[in-house]
Design a binder for this molecule. Structure first.
Ligand code: FA5
Length: 337
């Protein structure tokens, strides 16, 4: 039979429970929840402590019922507290994620390799002159790597010591890892008719001993333009535009007489930037015999072609003194670009 004292205690417990739950549900942040924890469950002066004191006076009258009500109250408030703590912690994380006014913190991420950056920049510069980017296979046949480029059967450029030939069935002409991107000139001319402006950037392979300016796998940028009336002056202007745009500032381009079987005349291309001349590649007017071999009329169109070493131009731009650094995979080096 409930006594008036027990009724009063139960009423106080229900009041306390209702107040605690309403307050905890309304608490806006972690600090408010913590203040409510102290106010209701605090060991010294929390509301539950006062209820416990009332309980002490009652145990003699109805110990089990009073104790049960008190325990229920404690469980209910503890649960409401945990729910509130969980809610405000989630809000804090969310607020952090979207608070655009907080100071920025650097997040370390991967980034594009300097050689790939260089390739993309060169493609973009050449696109401004109307040169479309094209690709060719890295495993080539001898026709595209040599024959179509007028590199005869006995030419020393075919030497097995200067190329990576791939093993093939007896009697067949071995394929090889292409030794120059000039292969792509032929592939494009076989498929398209002039006028033609293309640029091709990709890997080439030569069994060269690695040193500060050589690597057995490197990249070339190959440019080809075939249009009526093309001259060496156009070639020089395009190379100068490419070099000045890529390196920044005024770059001088110098031609030195040279020989490539597929261009006539042929030149070595040097560039002067920051007071130093550096050899960047080879170039020339596409040999009329090469134009004729792909079915073009050399009386009607002429063209120029050039092939530059991508590692060399990247090294020149970034002040890298040894191109092997591009391939050591040392993150401290690569992070600088
Ligand atoms: C050629 O490969 C010709 N195909 C270039 C060409 C294209 C001439 C179109 C005429 C018309 P060469 O072998 O010189 O030419 O190589 C061109 C450039 O590639 C060199 O000047 C150099 O910058 C780069 N190069 C050559 N060998 C290596 C190597 N082992 N490591 C890094 N770069 C290299």
């Amino acid at each position: 039979m409930p006594t008036p004292a027990l009724d009063a205690l139960v009423a106080e417990i229900e009041r306390c429970r209702a107040e605690a739950i309403v307050a905890l549900q309304a608490a806006a942040d972690e600090q408010a929840v913590e203040e409510l924890r102290v106010a209701f469950l605090g060991a010294r002066s929390g509301r539950l402590k006062s209820v416990q004191k009332l309980l002490g006076a009652l145990v003699a009258a109805d110990p089990p019922a009073a104790g049960r009500h008190f325990n229920d109250l404690k469980t209910a408030i503890t649960r409401a507290l945990e729910t509130a703590q969980h809610r405000v912690a989630g809000q804090a994380v969310q607020a952090q994620a979207i608070d655009v006014t907080l100071p920025g913190t650097a997040v370390p991420t991967g980034h594009v390799h300097p050689i790939t950056q260089t390739i993309r920049q060169v493609q973009e510069i050449m696109a401004r002159l109307g040169f479309a980017s094209v690709d060719g296979p890295e495993v080539e046949d001898q026709w595209h790597n040599f024959d179509a480029l007028a590199i005869g059967r006995e030419h020393p450029a075919r030497d097995p010591l200067d190329n990576f030939y791939l093993a093939v069935a007896r009697g067949a002409d071995p394929l090889l890892l292409r030794s120059q991107t000039s292969t792509v000139q032929i592939r494009v001319m076989e498929q398209r008719q002039p006028p033609l402006r293309v640029v091709s950037l990709g890997r080439v392979y030569r069994p060269d001993t690695a040193d500060a300016t050589h690597y057995p796998m490197f990249h070339q940028v190959e440019g080809l333009l075939v249009e009526p009336g093309t001259t060496m002056a156009h070639l020089k202007s395009v190379l100068r535009f490419l070099a000045s745009s890529f390196l920044g500032g005024d770059v001088q381009v110098r031609f030195r007489p040279s020989f490539f079987p597929f261009t006539e005349p042929s030149v070595e291309v040097d560039m002067e930037w920051g007071g130093r001349w550096v050899e960047m590649g080879g170039a020339g007017m596409v040999d009329p015999a090469v134009l004729a071999a792909v079915g073009y009329d050399p009386q009607r169109v002429s063209g120029f072609a050039f092939g530059l070493g991508v590692e060399r131009i990247a090294a020149r731009r970034y002040g890298v003194s040894d191109i092997r650094d591009f391939y050591r995979n040392d993150v401290r080096f690569l992070q600088q670009f």
